[in-house]
Design a protein around this ligand. Structure first.
Ligand SMILES: Cc1cc2nc3c(=O)[nH]c(=O)nc-3n(C[C@H](O)[C@H](O)[C@H](O)COP(=O)(O)O)c2cc1C
Ligand code: SF4
Length: 455
């Protein structure tokens, strides 16, 4: 069994309550940080741990914290991003539901490190049960003197609030989230200025993912060196993976970074293989925004090495043959799934969720949805396939926020790797309405890289 840092006690009855969480050693990190470490020590420890943001971009958390401006007389804010609306990603909801005090503890430690006296947890509006759970956990922590004035006699004050989200995927983008938290429509801001300089109420602000904040607890408890011993290279520690699709055992798993994709999908410790004895056709490894890969390229890199669940290995080969770890939303497709239909489905989502501020995203996502719809329903032309590539290129890199890229990449990658399936939808429209294209060659072993012999 792999070592767990966040979900170690997840099956302990009552771990969602303050008493049980405390009995299991909870809030030790708050005691240690507030009683024996300076805020700078905590920042340094998180830096040393190598923790990278678990919200999608993988930016080093300690480095992000060290960019926070500290002007005299201005408050600083920590905002936890619990919007989690990316299709295929549901790990933050799991953590908030079953072990809410881990997040509250992480918020206290992180707010202390940043010198924030008011912090927020922004939770997707539809997650009302989680909002209630967190509010209860905050009240329990406050009753125990772990929030409010002069926490544990340290002189440090912190008020923590839960804010229901505005009900849109775009509210997960950090500047849209800040706008929404200020009570406005959740439109992303033009950067710079970055939130570290001018964020919530124009004050210096750090926005961090739920899992990133929770990970500060084991880092402070056990030390950065212990944390950094786990994982491989610049992918340290553990990662929560949301596994869904045609798997025998979908769910949320905590893995040590560096587990191979093959072990994760096929071993009984994790997903237990593809359901119903089918074969795997494709995987979206990091939530709907990252490039989709066929079975052969998700299991092995183009160089024939085992693909590992790390930031680097998943990205090996760039977008030509690789993808991204993103938010760790593993969506697995079996041989019966239609890539054209799935791509259309994702593009419907992005079109619906575009805030409409920039023309390439507002118009381009609409065009991609429309063209994919006609390909899926048998009215497409072969030229539509290149038209989609062209539209995706016009969106990518030309928008205010990364939602544009997130909409473009799934379409571009589906065509890059599954072009023959798109073409078949055009050349065999009636058949495509009756049956799926199947596995085709997508799981075939990759040709051996040049210079490698059989021995
Ligand atoms: C459209 C869009 C939606 C996003 N949704 C989320 C989200 O739900 N949760 C999250 O943590 N980050 C989300 N992000 C990333 C955030 O902008 C930000 O990078 C992240 O919260 C930073 O936290 P981290 O450094 O701990 O990863 C989203 C980004 C985009 C462009
Ligand atoms: S890229 Fe899309 S979602 Fe982001 S600001 Fe522009 S229109 Fe809005």
């Amino acid at each position: 069994m792999g070592r767990k840092l966040l979900l170690e006690n997840i099956n302990v009855p009552g771990i969602n309550t303050f008493e049980v969480y405390r009995q299991k050693g909870g809030y030790r990190a708050v005691e240690k940080a507030l009683k024996s470490m300076s805020p700078e020590d905590v920042v340094e420890e998180v830096k040393k741990s190598g923790l990278r943001g678990r919200g999608g971009a993988g930016f080093p958390t300690g480095m992000k914290w060290s960019f926070l401006a500290k002007p005299e007389g201005k408050p600083r804010y920590l905002v936890c991003n619990g919007d989690e609306s990316e299709p295929g990603t549901f790990k933050d909801r799991y953590l908030m539901t079953y072990i809410p005090h881990l997040l509250i503890e992480g918020m206290i430690v992180s707010s202390y490190a940043l010198g924030a006296n008011t912090s927020y947890i922004y939770v997707r509006g539809e997650m009302m049960p989680q909002i209630r759970i967190l509010e209860k956990a905050i009240a329990e922590a406050k009753n125990a003197g772990l929030l409010g004035k002069n926490i544990l006699g340290s002189g440090y004050d912190l008020e923590l609030y839960v804010q229901p989200g505005g009900g849109a995927y775009i509210c997960g983008e950090e500047t849209a989230l800040i706008e929404s938290l200020e009570g406005k429509r959740g439109n992303p801001r033009i950067k710079p200025p970055f939130p570290a300089i001018s964020g919530l109420y124009n004050c210096p602000t750090v926005v961090n993912n739920v899992e990133s904040i929770a990970a500060t607890v084991p880092i402070i408890n056990d030390g950065a060196d212990e944390y950094a011993k786990m994982g491989i290279g610049r992918s340290t520690g553990t990662k929560l993976i949301s596994a869904s699709g045609n798997l025998n055992k979908p769910g949320v798993y905590e893995i040590e970074l560096g587990v191979s994709v093959e072990e994760f999908i096929y071993s009984d410790e994790y997903c237990g293989g593809i359901a119903n004895g089918k074969r795997m056709k494709a995987v979206v490894a990091g939530g709907s925004s990252v490039p989709i890969l066929p079975a052969n390229l998700i299991l092995k890199t183009a160089n024939g090495e085992n693909r590992l669940i790390t930031y680097e290995s998943l990205a090996d080969g760039g977008f030509a043959t690789g993808t991204m770890l993103g938010s760790g939303g593993f969506v697995v497709f079996d041989e019966d799934q239609c890539i054209v239909r799935n791509t259309w489905n994702y593009s419907r989502f992005y079109h619906h969720e575009s805030c409409g501020q920039c023309s390439p995203c507002r118009e381009g996502t609409g065009w991609m949805e429309k063209v994919l719809h006609r390909l899926e329903y048998g009215h497409g032309k072969l030229s539509d396939i290149d038209l989609l590539v062209d539209v995706s290129k016009k969106i990518e890199g030309n928008t205010i926020c990364p939602l544009g890229d997130a909409a473009a990449w799934p379409v571009a990658s589906a065509i890059r790797h599954f072009r023959d399936e798109f073409e078949w939808h055009v050349t065999h429209p009636d058949e495509a309405m009756q049956r799926n294209y199947g596995l085709a060659h997508y799981a075939d072993p990759l040709p051996k890289p040049e210079g490698v012999t059989a021995n």
